[in-house]
Ligand binder design. Sequence first.
Ligand SMILES: *Cc1c(COP(=O)(O)O)cnc(C)c1O
Length: 497
Amino acid sequence: MQYRSTRGDEKTAINSATAVIQGLAPDGGLYVPVHFPKGQLDLKMLPGIDLPAASRFVLSTLMDDFPQDQLAASIQAAYGKQWDDPRITPLSEAKSGNYYLELFHGPTLAFKDVALQLLPHLMVHAQQLTGNHRDIVILTATSGDTGTASMDGFSNVAGTQVAVFYPHKGVSPIQLHQMLAEPGDNLAAYGVEGNFDDAQTNVKKIFNDQQMKQRLAEHGLQFSSANSMNIGRLIPQMAYYLYAYGQLVQRGAIQLGDPVNFAVPTGNFGDILAAYYCQQLGLPINKLICASNENNVLTDFFHSGNYDKRRTFTVTNAPSMDILVSSNLERLLFDAAGEDVAMVKKLMQQLNSVGHYQINAKMKDYLDQRFVADYADEQQVRDEITRLYQEARYAIDPHTAVASAVTHRYQINSHDQTPTVIVATASPYKFAETVYHSVTLRNDLGEPGLPAIKQLHQALGGELPKAVQALFERADRPEQVVEPAEMEAAIARQLQI
Ligand SMILES: *Cc1c(COP(=O)(O)O)cnc(C)c1O
C-alpha cells in the first residue's frame, strides 16, 4: 500500500509508516491510498468478528508495510483493560428500533480513544521502520475530545511530546478537567483565544512552517499530528464499522450481504470518512447519514454542492462538532473528483482565499449516491435525549443525540427502512449538564463538571464507569491561555528549543 497527497503527484507516494509519522503531506494535502483495495473485504469473515480481529484485518490490509506481529502487538496493547467493556465497542439495541454503536468505553469517554489508544504504538513502530531517530512532537488542535484522547494515548510514551491547543471557553468543563489533569511528563494543553478553526488553522500553519521544522530538526525533533488528518487515526476507526455489521448478522437482524445505514455525528469528517472507506472496501452500506449541529456547513454543502464557511460560528451543547472547516472532506472530494488533484487543490485554495467553493455536477452526483445530510439544533438535541430516555431508558450524549435526531427525522421523511446504526461518540457522563436536564426535566442542577456527573449518576442509577470514577481522583494543573499568534512560541518553550 502506498499513500499520496490529495494535492500532489502520485510519483511522490510513500508507505503508511512514513505517512503516519508525517501526519500531513508537505504540500498541505492529506494522504490517501494510491490504489484503494476496493472490494477486498470477504464478507464471510464478519459474522461475530470481535473488534481486535476487525482491527487486524483493516490494518494488515491498509498498512501492509508494518510486520503482522507489530500490528498484532499494538492492537493487543490498545484494546485491553483500559476499556470498561470487554467488547470494546459494544453495539446496543435501544428499544427504539435503531442500533447504537457505543464507542465511548475507553479512558477518555469518547470515540477518539479507539484510534488514539492504538496510534502511539503504531508511531513507535513506524519510527523504527522508517529509520527515524528523531523524537516526535504531536501537535494537535482539538474541539475537546482529540486533546484528551491524545494526551491519554501518548502519556509518558518514550520519544514523544504532545502539545494540544483547544478553544479557550469552547470545551466542556469535563473535557477541560481531563486535559488539565491527565498525568504525563510529556504533555501540555493550551487554551487558544479563539475558536476551534483558529486553533486548527494555526496548527496547520506551524506544521508547515519550514523554519520551525528546521529548528526542531536541529534539536532531534519532528512534528507529527494526532488529528484525524493522520491516516493512523483514520484507518483504525474503520474496524468498528466492520464489527457492527458482523454483530447485526450474528444477531439475525440482517442477512450477510444486506445493506445497512450508518449515521455519524460529524465535525472534522473523520469518523464518517472511515465508514465511507469501509464501503469502498466492500461493506454493504446503503446511506451514510452525515449529522451536524447548528454549525451546519456540511448539511448545506451536501444539499447544494456549495461549501461556504462564511457564517457565524456557534458554540453548542455538542462542542466536539463545532467546526466550520471539516478537513477530512478533502479526502472525499479527491474520490468524487476522480482523483483530479488539480481540482482538489483549486477548491481548497478557494476555501482558503475566498471562504467558499462549488463542486461540479459530477462530483455532486457521486456524493448524492452515498450520503444524506441534515442537522439538529440545541433544542432538538435536548428533545432527542429526552425522547430516547423516556421511550427506551437509554441515555445518550448530545453528539450522539445530533445523529439520533437527524436519523429519526430522515426515517420519517424518507420511509427508508434499512437497519440503521447510530454512532454513539461520547459517554453521557462526559456532557453531564445537558444530559441531566434532558433526562430528568428538572432545573435543579448545581455546579457543572464533576458535581453534575454525580447528580446524573443518581438520576440514571447503575454503576459509574471506571473511567468516570477516575475523573474524581485527579487534580488540575493551572490553565495556560495563549493568543493564536503565540502558539508557536508556546511550543518552543515547552520543547526548550
Ligand atoms: C470528534 C467528535 C465528533 C466528530 O468526529 P469527526 O471525526 O471530527 O467528524 C463527534 N462526536 C464526538 C463526541 C467527538 O469527540
